[in-house]
Ligand binder design. Sequence first.
Ligand code: HEC
Length: 449
Amino acid sequence: MLRPWLAFGFVVPSVLLLGGACGGGSSGGPSTSGPLDEDDGGGGTGAAGLPCDVDKVLADHCRKCHASPPQFGAPMPLVTWENLVAPSLADPAKKVYEGVVERVADERRRMPPSPNAPLSAAEQKTLADWIAAGAPRGADRCDGPTEVPPANGLSCTPDLSLAPESAWEMPEAAGDEYVCWGVDLAKEQATHITAFAPVIDNTEITHHIVLYEAPSAYSRVPTPCDAGSAIAWRMVLGWAPGVGPLELPPEAGFPISTDPARPTHYVAQMHYSNPLGKKGAKDKSRIDLCTSAPRQHEADVMAFGSQSFEIPAAPPAGGLYTIDCALTVPSGFAGLHFFAAMPHMHQIGVAMSTTLTPAAGGPDVDLGTMSSFSFDAQAWLPVNATTQPGDVIRTRCSWANNTGAPVRFGENTGDEMCYSFSMYYPRIKASLWSWAVPASGPPIGATCN
Ligand code: HEC
């Protein structure tokens, strides 16, 4: 299920993932600068005949792909008025703009594709109003800043790197390959990681990356992943096209071990694709880190969801099988501040959401929702919630099981997961605590239906 644009290079700047904190695709290095970093190929606001408000929506959300020429597998440019009133490629009886209003509101095939943020209601209305008025020609020029996202949206300068010992060479025959390498970190001085910035070396074969913290060391030499060992790995970062670096809020950081005998173990899981069967394709992508003296709070990751479920072979009516897990926040969870979430399932996952229902009343707070989940587009979503005892945290995972057999929880590609990895501070330090406890089932973890 390889979508064509994922197979191309993708250094896509400018997705705002964490409240203004990020914006870049990947940082630095000549091999990372795709055509978008230069951006003038139609990426900015040019208003070639489009009303300025319409032009701005397209510039902000569409032209990193629908540029002229189009990028990453997008079929057409959305740059000039002529582009918008041209016949649609999919259905020449329609105009391109008709497809535009349809696709920005289409949950299943939404544009821009996840993990890029959907248009706001106001932005959708700007497009819909213009189209309802017959898509009239607008200005030839718009004043105001052209949105040229910085090539590297980091506000800090990376001073440490997680990198493999050697490059991985993609076998010519392999369509897809999962490759892992590990790095151990220890610092003499107490140190916090404040930002993670993937630097993609070979944009033609690098499909997505997941960075984990692991209980034990993993070889630094890239090798096909040993799936069994990943069960105890805790996700720290995900990268997919459209995702910028992750910067933590200024009050929090990830501590690095200060004990060289017990370093922090990181494992990068690289997903490579070689759909065109290129010969000798090599990659040495890395993850740059910004570090600083310890910040006020230690950040950490925990997972909501479930570790025990069975998705039946025969899909129920509607085609989706959903589990709904509820966890009542115990007193030990009081005052935890959640600032980012990464919903994580495998290949047959189609939708996932986590919400917090405050004990004190009031509306539910979003703790990470991907209404159209794709395994190839996992990313941290900004959330903002503080827990109080008695709050109820609910995680729902939905799958479309087309495998013809029941599918259970597990790390292998054919297994499934329902983890909403959630970043929070201050870090829970209880000795029996583990990141997976909230997803581990009763009596302490969630109860699922
Ligand atoms: C990350 C890249 C990317 C971004 C950003 C993006 N698109 Fe697309 N778009 C694609 C790709 C790839 C396709 C072709 C596959 C498909 O139809 O899903 C496509 C297809 C489309 C189509 C269908 C074209 C046809 O004739 O079949 C429309 C309409 C569209 N996009 C509109 C938009 C709009 C409007 C935005 C911004 C609000 C946007 N897209 C943002 C990548 C992107």
